[in-house]
Design a protein around this ligand. Structure first.
Ligand SMILES: Nc1nc2c(ncn2[C@@H]2O[C@H](COP(=O)(O)OP(=O)(O)OP(=O)(O)O)[C@@H](O)[C@H]2O)c(=O)[nH]1
Ligand SMILES: [Mg+2]
Ligand SMILES: [Zn+2]
Length: 302
C-alpha cells in the first residue's frame, strides 16, 4: 500500500481530482462516506491518499489555513473579487459582503474591476469605475482595472498573484473564467483538467465547479462558480463594524456603538457620514447588512 500527499484541484460529484506533490501526477480518488458531507473536502485541500491496487482513496485532510463555503475553497491567501462594469453592473452590497468575509477570515481582498472596455460608450460604467476607485482605494484595498476582452490590465493582475493562492470570486457573468483563461494562456504547461465551463441552455458558459490551476509550484489560481445570492455566514452583526476600516478611528461616545440606532450626537461614524468623511453608500450598505445579520441572529435565539 502506497501513501501519497496531494492537492485537490477539482471535485466532480464524488470523484476527487488530485495533483500529487512529488510526481506532479494527476490521480482520481474516492473518499469514505462521511468525508463527502458538509464540504469535508474542498478544492485547495492538501490530502493524504492511499493507493490500493489501482484505486486511490483519500484517508486524511491536512489541517487547513482557512476555508470558505462560498466559494467552496480552502487554503487561500487572496480573494480576487471580480466586479464588472456591465452585464452585470456592480452589486455593491455583494462587494462589501465579500470584503467583510475576507477580512473576517484573514484573506486579503483584491478588487478586479473587469469589462473596463465598456467605459468608452457607457457613462454609468465610467461613474462606477470612479466610485470604486475613490471609495475602495481609500480603504487600502488593491484594485486592478481589467478588460479580459481587450486584454487590458492583465500584467498588473498577474503581478498580484505570484507566490500566492488566489481564488476568483464574484457573481455570475462578471468574467472570472475569461480572466483565468487569459492568465492560463501565458502558462501553456498548465495541465488542462477539463472543461472550464459548460454551455447552458441560454448559450452561456457558466462554471459549475471550482477548478484549481498551478501556474508554478507556489502560485495557484482558482476559478469558481458565480453566485446569485450570498449570505455572510460566520460573521455576526456585533462584529461587523470591525471589518470597516473607515470606522476604526471614530470616537463614538460608547465603546460598543454599533453606529446604527445610536443618535448622531453620540455616534462619530454618523457625524462623519454627514460631513462626507465616510462614504454614504458604504455606510448605508453597512446598516443594511447589519440589519440582515441581526434579523438572522434574533431568529436563531428567540
Ligand atoms: N465587454 C466585455 N465582456 C467580457 C469581458 N470579460 C468577459 N466578458 C463576457 O462576459 C460574459 C461572462 O464571462 P465569464 O468569464 O463566463 O463569467 P464568469 O464570471 O466566469 O461567470 P460564471 O461562471 O457564470 O460565474 C461572457 O460573455 C464574456 O465574453 C470584458 O472584459 N469585456
Ligand atoms: Mg465562470
Ligand atoms: Zn458610532
Amino acid at each position: 500500500m502506497e501513501k501519497l500527499i496531494g492537492k485537490i484541484i477539482r471535485i466532480d460529484l464524488d470523484i476527487y481530482v488530485i495533483n500529487i506533490q512529488d510526481t506532479n501526477n494527476i490521480v482520481f480518488a474516492k473518499a469514505r462516506g462521511n468525508a463527502k458531507k458538509n464540504n469535508a473536502i474542498l478544492v485547495g485541500d492538501i490530502v493524504e491518499v492511499e493507493k490500493v491496487n489501482q484505486d486511490y482513496m483519500i484517508t486524511k485532510v491536512i489541517d487547513r489555513l482557512n476555508s470558505l463555503i462560498r466559494p467552496p475553497v480552502s487554503n487561500i491567501d487572496q480573494m480576487i473579487i471580480v466586479v464588472s462594469l456591465g452585464a452585470p453592473v456592480p452589486d455593491y452590497i455583494l462587494l462589501d459582503k465579500q470584503i467583510v468575509l475576507c477580512l473576517a477570515k484573514g484573506i486579503e481582498p483584491i478588487i478586479c474591476l473587469n469589462k473596463i472596455d465598456l467605459c468608452d460608450k457607457d457613462l454609468q460604467a465610467k461613474n462606477d469605475l470612479e466610485y470604486i476607485k475613490n471609495t475602495y482605494e481609500n480603504l487600502g484595498i488593491k484594485i486592478c482595472y481589467v478588460s479580459a476582452k481587450e486584454k487590458i490590465g492583465l500584467e498588473e493582475l498577474k503581478s498580484f498573484l505570484y507566490g500566492k493562492t488566489s481564488a476568483f470570486s464574484g457573481n455570475s457573468g462578471v468574467g472570472k473564467s475569461s480572466i483565468t483563461q487569459e492568465i492560463l494562456n501565458d502558462y501553456p504547461k498548465t495541465i488542462d483538467i477539463g472543461e472550464i465551463g459548460q454551455k447552458s441552455k441560454r448559450g452561456k458558459h457558466t462554471t459549475k465547479s471550482v477548478n484549481l490551476y498551478a501556474l508554478n509550484n507556489n502560485t495557484y489560481i482558482l476559478d469558481t462558480p458565480g453566485f446569485s445570492s450570498y449570505e455572510l455566514y460566520d460573521v455576526e452583526h456585533k462584529e461587523l463594524r470591525n471589518y470597516y476600516k473607515e470606522f476604526i478611528n471614530c470616537n463614538c461616545d460608547y465603546d460598543d456603538c454599533a453606529h446604527v440606532i445610536e443618535a448622531d450626537t453620540v455616534c462619530d461614524v454618523k457625524r462623519k457620514v454627514q460631513n462626507g468623511k465616510i462614504d454614504k453608500g458604504r455606510y448605508e450598505r453597512y446598516v443594511y447588512i447589519y440589519d440582515k445579520l441581526k434579523e438572522r441572529y434574533d431568529k436563531r435565539y428567540k
